[in-house]
Design a protein around this ligand. Structure first.
Ligand SMILES: [Zn+2]
Length: 355
């Protein structure tokens, strides 16, 4: 301890280069060279959408003199993570490249963390704010775990590629970022009531990302590369805010807890970001904030705003609200320790038009 009692210390891990824009996929070989990465790359990609992009990535890396191996893999599960790590060992990979949607990026992110090797992220869609974050989700049996992982050394977000993914994914990514608004309010509450560590810089970044999507919501539309351009930077910045906080706190509060319960009560119905967006409408009501503004922004980007659009029943919404506070007991939120009663949950969902 120093003479004045100061003992604080914190590490933040950031991406070193973020390249976003039209037709930048071919730059990944040059980026790898700039980073002075070693000779063999392992591409982690999926059987469908990632394939075309994986071919371009593979070619551009080969052009720069790299030996490239590719593993085609399914969902982000513990079994598949082991497969990726074994393949990386087998081919003597010096770095990983995640090419695809969230699950492929998450696998590359976790494997690179476990194996202490760098990884580059090339998202072919942007359905949540995990592209640039140091967190990853993985399935273990029936459970989904959120784990600390490696932050990508470099990110190549090609708007020409992402615009070809189903628009629903981008709208979900926008909704995930819009939901930062309530996550930040929960964090502020926890700081006031529980003296929880609070980072204004992380909160401001997360807030900026959300406001930027809300302000531009009317311009975010299907089949427009310009919309991807408008949305992708806030989605990346939202991920960076987690790196600044060294946790998902600035982007994940009560609305995420609601979504995590909905994952269990109505599995496979809606996307993560879609559920968090609807959760955010309701949590904003509980915070006494402008929940109509959240709902309108979601409507404008084309994300769901109610149970029907999520494809879930009113009972599943109410049930998920009632149990939301049980998800992360360590993470204090507007739901408090005891959560909502069934009556209050039903009233909340009705008032906000969710059911
Ligand atoms: Zn999220």
């Amino acid at each position: 301890m120093t003479a004045d009692g100061f003992t604080k210390a914190r590490t933040m891990h950031f991406p070193r280069q973020v390249l976003a824009g039209h037709d930048v996929v071919g730059e990944i070989g040059k980026m790898s060279k700039d980073f002075e990465l070693g000779g063999t790359a392992l591409l982690v990609t999926g059987p469908t959408t990632g394939n075309l992009a994986a071919k371009v990535v593979s070619d551009t890396l080969a052009d720069e003199g790299y030996t490239v191996h590719t593993i085609i893999i399914g969902e982000a599960s513990k079994d598949n993570l082991v497969k990726v790590e074994e393949e990386a060992k087998e081919v003597g990979a010096a770095f990983l490249v995640g090419v695809g949607g969230g699950s492929k990026i998450d696998l590359a992110k976790l494997a690179s963390g476990n194996m202490r090797m760098p990884f580059l992220s090339l998202p072919t869609s942007a359905s949540h704010d995990g592209i640039a974050s140091p967190r990853a989700s993985i399935k273990d049996g029936g459970n989904s775990l959120s784990l600390n992982a490696n932050v990508p050394l470099g990110i190549v977000a090609d708007t020409a590629l992402i615009v070809k993914a189903p628009y629903r994914l981008l709208a979900s990514g926008c909704a995930d970022v819009i939901s930062n608004t309530t996550a930040i309010l929960d964090w502020e509450l926890a700081a006031r009531l529980r003296s929880e560590f609070f980072s204004s810089s992380a909160a401001n970044l997360a807030k900026y990302a959300a406001e930027s999507i809300i302000d531009n919501a009317a311009d975010i539309k299907p089949n427009l590369e310009d919309s991807v351009w408008v949305a992708i930077r806030p989605i990346i910045i939202s991920g960076i805010s987690m790196a600044v906080a060294s946790s998902s706190r600035p982007t994940s509060g009560s609305e995420h807890m609601f979504s995590h319960v909905l994952d269990k009560t109505a599995p496979g119905k809606a996307l993560h970001g879609e559920q968090c967006g609807v959760g955010s409408i309701m949590m904003m009501y509980l915070h006494g904030g402008d929940w109509g503004r959240i709902r309108e922004a979601l409507r404008l980007v084309g994300a769901p705003t109610n149970a029907e659009e999520l494809g879930v029943s009113p009972e599943q919404i109410v049930d998920s609200l009632v149990h939301a506070n049980e998800i992360r007991k360590d993470r204090y939120s507007i739901l408090g320790d005891r959560g909502l009663t069934p009556d209050a949950a039903e009233r909340l969902a009705k008032i906000t038009g969710v059911i």
